[in-house]
Design a protein around this ligand. Sequence first.
Ligand SMILES: N[C@@H](CCC(=O)N[C@@H](CS)C(=O)NCC(=O)O)C(=O)O
Length: 284
Amino acid sequence: MSKITTIEEHATCGGQVGFYSHSSTTLGLEARFGVFLPARALAGEKVPVLFVLAGLTCTQETFLIKANAVRFAAEHGLALVAPDTSPRGAGVPGEDETYDLGTGAGFYLDATTPGWQAHYRMGSYIDTELPQLVQEHFAIDGARRGIMGHSMGGHGALVHALTAPQAWKSVSAFAPICHPAIVPWGEKAFAAYLGPDRKAWARHDATLLLEAGHTHPTTILIDQGAADQFLHNQLRPDLLRVAAGTAGQALQLREHAGYDHSYWFIQSFIAEHIKHHATILGAL
Ligand SMILES: N[C@@H](CCC(=O)N[C@@H](CS)C(=O)NCC(=O)O)C(=O)O
C-alpha cells in the first residue's frame, strides 16, 4: 500500500475532513490532497466520491474550505477528494513568475514539452494515481466516481469526463474555461505545456472535444455568473453551448445575473451540484 502522511484531520458535519501528503510517482514530487468522508465512510461503508478541482492560484484546501460543499456532501453521504492545482517545487524556470502558468496552474493535463513534462503531469495524477490512492486508504467506492471543478478546474472536469466517461460517471462545473485553445489563459498554458502545434491542444479543450464527437452519457451541469469578470475573454460558455447542441450533448447551462467568479458564487449554487452528482452516483 502506498504511504500517505496525515497533515491534519478535523471532525465536521458528522464526518471528517483531512489533508494528507504523499510521494507521488506520477508527479515525481511530494503532493498534497484533501478528503472529506461522510459518517458512513468513517463507519467503513464504501461511499461514492466526487473529485473537486479548484482554479488558478488555489490549493487542495481552497474548495473544501470556501465552497460550502462539505455540508451537502455530508447530507448525501458523498466523499469529496480535492487535489492540489499543480505540482509544487518542480524547479521549472518561470514556474513561479505568473499566477496563470506553473505553480497553482497545472491545468489538469500531462505536459509534453521539455522542462514541464517531467513533473507537470496532473492529467495522469487525477485520472489514475489519486483515485487509486484514495481507494486504498479510505472507504471510497471508485466505481461511483464523479468530477466537478471551478474555472481552470471546470475545464479539467469537463475534459476528463468527456475523454473518460466510463471512469467519471457524473460531471459539473462552475464558470469553467470552456474553450481554452482560443482564450489567453488557455493559449498561454497550452503553448507552454503542449507546444506550439495546436492540433495537440484539441484533446484538452471541452468545446473541441464536443466538436470531435466526444460526449458524456449524463447531463452536464454548468453554473455561470453573468457578472463574472472573466466570462467574455476567458470562459466562453456560449461556444460550449453551441458545440454541445451540435454533438447532442445534454447540457444544463445556467447563467445567474449579478454573480461574479468568486467562491461566493460557488457557495450559492453548490447544493444543486452536490445533489446532481449524488443522484447519478447513487448516494443517499
Ligand atoms: N489572481 C487572478 C485571478 C485568479 C482567480 O480568480 N482565481 C480563481 C480561480 S480562476 C480563484 O478561485 N481564486 C481563489 C479564491 O478566490 O479563493 C487575477 O487577479 O486575475
